[in-house]
Design a protein around this ligand. Structure first.
Ligand code: HEC
Ligand code: HEC
Ligand code: HEC
Length: 161
């Protein structure tokens, strides 16, 4: 600090707290836009997946929110990138091209699979998961629909291979 001119010191004195405040603000927005309530109610295309999740064991009151399955939890950089990408895509679709059925893209599928494994690793430890089958290809009802509902009426869709 000794070699700094008083002007630089003044700038640092004002700039640093501003930077900290901006950081806290950004962090709070990041958290706010990750809540199940925000994700489920901001866009009307999320109404059906949101309401269906109330009937699933994977519901918020059981400690499982949208973000627990839909964003990466093992890589913070990928988490930020994916959150930005999928958020922007959902906003676009919601505003300009509301789809009848929400299709799961490849990136989304990979993240979903990693999250199923993250929480259920102990249970599936002795099952061979390297055959390329996604958990949700069998557990199709989790958490967005009941398996007894015809696929044609489901709001989210996994292609059947
Ligand atoms: C238990 C994990 C889990 C939770 C919790 C969960 N989802 Fe999903 N979600 C899935 C799976 C699995 C699919 C793919 C299923 C399919 O396509 O049949 C999916 C698909 C979707 C899709 C279709 C498009 C895409 O991005 O893949 C949307 C939209 C969606 N979910 C929204 C939500 C919302 C909103 C919440 C919170 C209310 C939520 N999900 C909570 C597992 C989850
Ligand atoms: C954040 C942790 C978490 C994630 C992610 C998660 N689950 Fe679960 N899952 C739970 C909890 C908690 C339960 C209820 C307690 C239990 O039975 O272990 C549960 C229960 C289940 C059940 C039993 C269903 C029932 O009706 O009793 C199945 C099947 C299941 N999960 C499959 C999946 C699949 C497939 C995925 C990925 C799409 C997934 N889970 C992602 C935490 C998670
Ligand atoms: C080939 C189909 C298939 C695949 C793939 C599959 N499961 Fe299952 N799983 C079943 C069946 C069948 C049961 C027993 C019936 C039931 O409870 O739904 C079961 C049971 C479970 C249960 C216990 C359900 C309960 O009622 O307590 C959990 C949790 C679970 N699976 C998670 C997963 C996860 C995580 C993956 C991905 C690694 C996965 N499963 C992949 C077919 C599958």
């Amino acid at each position: 600090m000794k070699n700094l001119t008083s002007k630089t010191k003044k700038r640092l004195l004002i700039g640093l707290p501003l930077l900290v405040i901006a950081g806290i603000f950004l962090f709070m927005q990041y958290e706010r836009t990750s809540t199940t309530h925000y994700c489920g109610t901001t866009c009307h295309i999320m109404k059906i997946p949101y309401e269906a999740s109330f009937h699933s064991v994977h519901r918020e009151t059981n400690g499982v929110g949208c973000k627990d399955c839909h964003i990466p939890h093992d890589n913070i950089l990928e988490q930020i990138a994916y959150k930005g990408y999928s958020g922007a895509r959902d906003y676009y679709k919601n505003t300009f091209a509301p789809p009848d059925v929400l299709h799961t893209k490849e990136w989304s599928e990979k993240i979903l699979q990693r999250n199923c494994l993250r929480c259920h690793a102990t249970l599936v430890a002795r099952i061979n998961t390297s055959d390329g089958l996604q958990c949700f290809e069998c557990h199709r009802g989790e958490p967005h629909d009941t398996p007894i509902q015809p696929f044609s009426s489901q709001a989210v869709h996994t292609p059947i291979r």
